[in-house]
Design a protein around this ligand. Structure first.
Ligand code: GLY
Length: 291
């Protein structure tokens, strides 16, 4: 048995962008599902899926990143595995072609979080491809859309050996102060993963997600609640303090959960027992049986 769920960010999907979001999520899901179907690890699956999302400028991670107040791209990314809770994370990193690759390279290393220039140096020393400082910046209409600012992507996978893994990647917030670090690279805030309990990944307002420790709340709630119930409770908490977010969750027995209080939250998922993958642009679509 294997399962995979991913999201393309808590945001507003403007008219005309629906197809790109659906197709981008499905294409990334396929990359991760192929790894799992072939007997590969959940770590490889989440890396492959998030890599595809980073390479698609529809999403604000990797290509399609935002410019900060200094007109620079700074990215954050993290990978976690649920067996021994190893984490690899980079923050406010510049000039790394695929941030998720650098986070994956750091998964079994210490320190678990490297920021700024240190992240680029680590990437270079570990054979991760670099790029020019702003090569990942969104262009044209993508860059002008304010709604793009909450567009972190993420994925959770469960492999045939029962191992869970999560990955998250963000291209930052438009106009945010240089050096800002949100929830995405912080375990217990933007993501978490435990083989015994489940995995969770958030997207949205990093300050509110981090100070409410939303991923930790979901992991604790998963002990006695359904994955949908656990993420719904977390979204209610972030809403109470004025934040906007979306979350996905996956349990060790392959149950999915997701919720959002943003207008849209494109989510795709597949389980080894499903006839085909499903994709939705908001929770209402799933509730109404579309997708
Ligand atoms: N959720 C991404 C960030 O706030 O940086």
């Amino acid at each position: 048995m294997w399962a995979i769920i991913l999201h393309g960010g808590a945001k507003t999907i403007r008219p005309g962008e629906e197809l790109a979001n659906r197709q981008g999520c499905l294409a990334a899901l396929k990359c991760g599902a192929e790894v799992l179907r072939a007997g590969g690890s959940s770590i490889d699956a989440v890396e492959a899926a998030v890599l595809a999302l980073e390479n698609d400028p529809t999403f604000n991670a990797g290509y399609g990143s935002a410019l900060n107040s200094d007109d620079e791209v700074e990215t954050c990314a993290a990978v976690m595995e649920g067996g021994e809770w190893n984490v690899g994370a980079i923050a406010a990193a510049k000039g790394i072609r695929n941030p998720v690759r650098a986070a994956r390279a750091m998964l079994f290393e210490e320190p678990i979080l490297i920021a700024a220039g240190g992240a680029r140096k680590f990437a270079e020393e570990n054979g991760v491809e670099l790029c020019s400082q702003n090569a990942l910046a969104a262009s044209g209409e993508e860059a002008e859309s304010e709604e793009r600012s909450h567009d972190t992507v993420g994925c959770i996978a469960l492999d045939g050996a029962g191992q869970l893994a999560t990955a998250v990647s963000t291209g930052g917030l438009e106009g945010s102060p240089a050096g800002r670090i949100g929830d995405s690279p912080q375990p217990g805030c933007g993501f978490y993963c435990d083989n015994e309990v489940g995995g969770v990944v958030f997207s949205g307002d990093g300050e509110e997600i981090a100070r409410a420790m939303l991923a930790a709340r979901v992991i604790h709630a998963l002990d006695g609640t359904s994955p949908d119930g656990a993420v719904q409770a977390a979204i209610r908490v972030v809403e109470k303090i004025g934040g906007e977010a979306g979350a996905i969750a996956l349990t060790p027995d392959g149950r999915f959960g997701w919720e959002h209080n943003s207008s849209h939250f494109a989510v795709a998922y597949e389980h080894s027992s499903m006839p085909h993958p499903l994709v939705h642009l908001c929770k209402q679509e799933e509730d109404e049986g579309h997708g």
